[in-house]
Design a protein around this ligand. Structure first.
Ligand code: DGJ
Length: 745
C-alpha cells in the first residue's frame, strides 16, 4: 500500500494490492478525480482519463484562457458551488458580500504513515503505521481566506478509503458553512444501480435497489439520529453485480446524526456520489479562526460483488472502528429482562430470573428500563438516574452485587439523552430540552430531548450515571434513545448558531460516551435506539454492539439481520431469543429457529426463563453451551450471504474461519410447501481441497469435500408434510431452519 506523488504530472496514486484511487491537480488548482477501482499499474500520468472538452452551453473556467476546462465536465474530488459546475456541490460557503462561490486551489500535501484521529468524532484507526497511509491535501481559497484540508487514508488490508474534510477560516470575514460533505466522488458513466437500506421501527435496513440513470437519487435522515428509516450506507454498483461477482462501491458515513447520501447522474456520462451531514438544518459559523471538521466517510470498492464489499466493511469496522476492552473479547451471553417483565418487577422477581439464567450458563444479566426515578410507565422518570428503592430495596448496588455473587455479570439500561416532563430533572431545569421559543415541543414516547449541545447538560447526566456505575458492579450498559429530534433549537445559543445544534447535539452524545469509556474502560456498551434506529458506524466506535431491532420474531430477524450484514459485522448485531407468540407480531416460531437466527449476532435471551417449560429450559442450556463453543468463529469468521430472504422463501448465510477449516451455516426455509423441489445450497469460502465433516441436529454426520459443497451444493431439502420422510427426521413446519457445523481435519 502506498501513496505516490508524480511531480511532473501533478498526480497522486493511492493504492494497495487490490485498489487504485488516482487524483490530479486540475488547471484551475482544484483536485480532480481520475480513477477509483481495481488496482492499476502505476504510471506517470492518467490525465487521458479526465474529460476535457468543449460543448455548447457549458461555461468554462475563467482566467485560464482554455475553453476546454469546464467544471461541469471534469471529474472532481470536492466540487464547489456556483461556478462552472451545475451539479450538487460538496460544500457551500456563504460570504459577507453574499457570494457563495469559492475556488480551493492546491497548495501542498503531506503523506503520513498510519492514520491521524479526528478530535471529538468517531473514526477508523490504525494500530501500527504500516497499516495505512494518509495523504492530507491543503487547499486555499484566496477570496475567503479559508484553508481546506482533504484527508484520504488508504488501508493495507482493506479495499477501503477513508475521507474527511477540514475547514479553517484564516481570514477576517464571518463566513457561513452551509454544507460540508465528508466525501464526494465523480464516477465515469451513469449506468449504475443504487442500493439503500430502508425501513422503520421493527423493520430496519431492508435492501432496495433502483437504477441511478439521469438526475438525483438520495436518502437522508432529518431525525437527529441516523434513523431506522434510512441507514447512512448506500451501494453504487454496476448492473449485473451479484453477491459474488461484479463491481460495487459501498459508501458509509461514520456518523450518528442527520445525513444525506446522494448520487447524481449528469448529462455527460458521469455520476457524482456523496455522503455527509445533511445540509438541511445545518449551518456552521466559520468566524475568523474557527474550524469545522466533517465526520469521516469510508468507501469500499469491491470487484468481488457484494459479499466481497461486506467482508471488507466487517473486518475494518470490527477491528479498526470498534475499539477497547471488548473489541476482541468473546461477548457474554446475556439475558435481558425487557420482554420478560417490562417495567413490572421487584428485586425478588429479578433475582429469580437471574438465578435461573445462571443455571442455564448465561453470563450476563441486563436490567432494562424501569429501575430509576418514578419509572413505572413510560410517562415519567427519564432523567432521574437514581434507583427506585420501592422496586429495588437494596438499590442497583445491592442487586448488582447479588447477581455478581451468583457468578454472573450485571448490566444496566440508561436513556441518557432524554427526559420526561414528570421528572425531578425537568422540574429543576425545564430549559434543558431542545425546544423552539413560544411553541409547544413535540413529544415522542412522552419524552423530550435533552439539549446535549450544552456541556452543562452533558455534565449533569455524566455525574448521575457515573455515581450509579461507580457504586455498583456494572460491566455492561445498554444506551437507549427512543425518539427523533424535533424543534431542534437550543436556548443556550444565539440565533445565528441554531444551524449548529443538530451537530453539536451529536458531539455531546459522543462526548458523554467518551467520558464514560475513559472512566470505565471495561464496560461493554450496547447502543440502542428503539431497536435499530441508530445502527451506524459512528456508534460502533463507542459501543461494539448495537441492539439490531425491537422486532425479535425469528422470521423478521432473518431479513433484518440479512440487510444489516451488508455493512455491519455479525459481532455488532445484538440478537436475542424471545418467547412465542412473539411480542411484536404474535408469530409462533420454533425455539430452534429463534436460536439459529439469534446466534449470528451478539447473542442473548429476552424472556422470563423461570416460566419456560422444563424441556425448553434444557434446550436453552444446550444453546448457551453451543454459542460459547462457536461465538469466536461466528464473530471473527468471514461472513457470506447465501440465500436472500427478501427474494425467495429461504434465507441463508454462513461464516468460515480464517484457516477455512471450520464453518457454520444457517439455512432457513420460511414457509412450508408440500412435495417441494430439491434444494441445493451452494456454500462459499471453503477450501475446495478439504473434506468437511458436517454436523447438524437430528442428522447423520456426513463428510463432503469443499469443492462439492461449493460447486454442487449442500442438499437442504426436507420432505414436507404429505411426503414420506425418513424415520427420526425433523417435524417439518413453517419457519424451519437448520444450522450445519463443518469441520475439516
Ligand atoms: C427500546 C429498546 O429498543 C427496548 O429494547 C427497550 O430497552 C425499551 N426501549 C425500554 O424502554
Amino acid at each position: 500500500m502506498s501513496v505516490v506523488f508524480h511531480e511532473k504530472s501533478g498526480e497522486f496514486h493511492l493504492f494497495n494490492d487490490e485498489i487504485s484511487y488516482i487524483i490530479s491537480i486540475l488547471p484551475n488548482g482544484q483536485l480532480g478525480q481520475l480513477y477509483y477501482g481495481k488496482r492499476l499499474r502505476d504510471r506517470e500520468s492518467f490525465e487521458h482519463l479526465q474529460e476535457y472538452g468543449m460543448r455548447s452551453m457549458v461555461a468554462w473556467v475563467g482566467g485560464l484562457g482554455r475553453r476546454d476546462v469546464s467544471l461541469e465536465l471534469l471529474k472532481q474530488e470536492y466540487p464547489s458551488f456556483g461556478s462552472s459546475d451545475f451539479r450538487n456541490p460538496a460544500f457551500e460557503i456563504l460570504q459577507e458580500n453574499g457570494s457563495h462561490v469559492s475556488n480551493f486551489r492546491y497548495v501542498s500535501h503531506e503523506i503520513i504513515s498510519g492514520k491521524p484521529g479526528l478530535s471529538g468524532l468517531p473514526a477508523t484507526y490504525t494500530e501500527a503505521p504500516e497499516e495505512a497511509d494518509t495523504i492530507v491535501f491543503t487547499l486555499f481559497d484566496e477570496v475567503t481566506q479559508v484553508e481546506l484540508k482533504l484527508n484520504y487514508t488508504v488501508f493495507r488490508d482493506y479495499n477501503a478509503i477513508a475521507r474527511s474534510a477540514h475547514f479553517e477560516n484564516k481570514g477576517s470575514q464571518t463566513l457561513k458553512l452551509n454544507s460540508a460533505m465528508s466525501f464526494s466522488l465523480d464516477l465515469p458513466g451513469t449506468e449504475y444501480e443504487w442500493m439503500q437500506f430502508s425501513g422503520a421501527w421493527a423493520r430496519e435496513r431492508e435492501p432496495f435497489v433502483k437504477k441511478i440513470g439521469s438526475g438525483v437519487t438520495s436518502v437522508e435522515s432529518m431525525r437527529g439520529c441516523s434513523s431506522p428509516n434510512q441507514n447512512p450506507f448506500v451501494v453504487i454498483r454496476k448492473p449485473g453485480t451479484t453477491e459474488d461477482c461484479g463491481e460495487a462501491y459501498g459508501v458509509s458515513l461514520v456518523y450518528s446524526g442527520n445525513f444525506l447520501a446522494q448520487a447524481e447522474g449528469d448529462t455527460y456520462g458521469q455520476t457524482r456520489v456523496m455522503i455527509g451531514i445533511n445540509p438541511r438544518g445545518f449551518c456552521w459559523n466559520l468566524t475568523p479562526g474557527e474550524v469545522f471538521q466533517t465526520p469521516e466517510a469510508v468507501v469500499v470498492y469491491s470487484a468481488q460483488g457484494l459479499n466481497g464489499m461486506s467482508q471488507n466493511f466487517h473486518e475494518l469496522y470490527r477491528t479498526r472502528l470498534a475499539r477497547g476492552y471488548w473489541r476482541d473479547r468473546e461477548r457474554p451471553v446475556l439475558l435481558n429482562n425487557w420482554e420478560a417483565t417490562y417495567m413490572d418487577f421487584d428485586e425478588e422477581k429479578i433475582l429469580n430470573i437471574a438465578r435461573k439464567a445462571c443455571e442455564a450458563g448465561i453470563e450476563l444479566f441486563v436490567l432494562d428500563d424501569g429501575w430509576f426515578g418514578k419509572r413505572n410507565d413510560d410517562f415519567r422518570g427519564l432523567g432521574d438516574w437514581f434507583v427506585n428503592t420501592d422496586k429495588l430495596e437494596n438499590g442497583i448496588s445491592g442487586l448488582s452485587r447479588k447477581i455478581t455473587e451468583m457468578g454472573m455479570r450485571f448490566g444496566l439500561w440508561f436513556e441518557p439523552e432524554m427526559v420526561n416532563e414528570d421528572s425531578d430533572l425537568f422540574r429543576a431545569h425545564p430549559d434543558w430540552i431542545l425546544a423552539t421559543p413560544g411553541r409547544e415541543p413535540s413529544l415522542g414516547r412522552n419524552q423530550c430531548v435533552l439539549d446535549f449541545s450544552r456541556k452543562v447538560v452533558v455534565d449533569a447526566i455524566y455525574e448521575m450515571m457515573e455515581k450509579v456505575i461507580a457504586d455498583s458492579d456494572i460491566t455492561y450498559i445498554k444506551w437507549d434513545m427512543n425518539r427523533s429530534i424535533t424543534e431542534c433549537y437550543s436556548a443556550a445559543y444565539a440565533a445565528n448558531q441554531q444551524g449548529e445544534i443538530y451537530h453539536r447535539y451529536i458531539l455531546g452524545v459522543y462526548d458523554l460516551y467518551e467520558r464514560l469509556i475513559t472512566r470505565f474502560p471495561e464496560i461493554l456498551f450496547e447502543s440502542c435506539a428503539s431497536g435499530g434506529a441508530r445502527f451506524d458506524p459512528g456508534m460502533l466506535y463507542y459501543a461494539p454492539q448495537a441492539w439490531c431491532s425491537d422486532d425479535t420474531d425469528a422470521v423478521e430477524r432473518i431479513g433484518i439481520q440479512y440487510g444489516t450484514s451488508y455493512c455491519y459485522p455479525v459481532s455488532s448485531v445484538g440478537a436475542h431469543v424471545s418467547v412465542v407468540p412473539n411480542h411484536q407480531i404474535l408469530r409462533e416460531t420454533p425455539l430452534e429457529t429463534r436460536f439459529n437466527v439469534a446466534m449470528f449476532g451478539a447473542f442473548g435471551y429476552e424472556l422470563d426463563i423461570t416460566r419456560m417449560p422444563e424441556e425448553e429450559f434444557e434446550e436453552v442450556k444446550k444453546q448457551v453451551a453451543f454459542v460459547k463453543q462457536y461465538r469466536k468463529l461466528i464473530h471473527t469468521g468471514t461472513y457470506y450471504r447465501l440465500a436472500d430472504p427478501f427474494a425467495t422463501n429461504e434465507g441463508a448465510w454462513m461464516v468460515v474461519s480464517q484457516d477455512q477449516k471450520e464453518a457454520i451455516v444457517m439455512y432457513s426455509r420460511i414457509l412450508i410447501h408440500p412435495n417441494s423441489p430439491v434444494k441445493r445450497l451452494k456454500l462459499k469460502g471453503l477450501n475446495p481441497d478439504l473434506e468437511y465433516r458436517i454436523e447438524a441436529p437430528r442428522k447423520k454426520e456426513v463428510s463432503r469435500c469443499g469443492d462439492e459443497l461449493m460447486y454442487a451444493g449442500l442438499i437442504t431439502t426436507e420432505p414436507a408434510i404429505g411426503d414420506i420422510g425418513e424415520a427420526g427426521a425433523d417435524v417439518y413446519t413453517d419457519f424451519y431452519s437448520k444450522v450445519y457445523v463443518l469441520k475439516a481435519n
